[in-house]
Unconditional design. Sequence first.
Length: 101
Amino acid sequence: MDEEFARKTQFKHRIAHGMITAAFISTCLAEHIPGQESCIYLDQTLKFVKPVYLNDVLTVKCTITDFIPKKKFTIVVYDTTVTNQDNVVVTSGQAQCMATK
């Protein structure tokens, strides 16, 4: 939060908390994946690859990589990526959601 302190760190500027990118991934899965009546977030792995700086413009991409059918629902597996305005990956990982009908 303190720019003067941040200048002394390896990042040289203030950065956002990495979990903000996880919140954006959750939003993408919950609100923007069409065709599901219910999507229950089960699991998420995250790798914070690069820092997110204030005023960065972020893009979230969730790509379906697998379907795991169960008796009453399907688990959908996604590769998740967050990039900044320079198309640099800042966060990557994998998510699993339970898609119910």
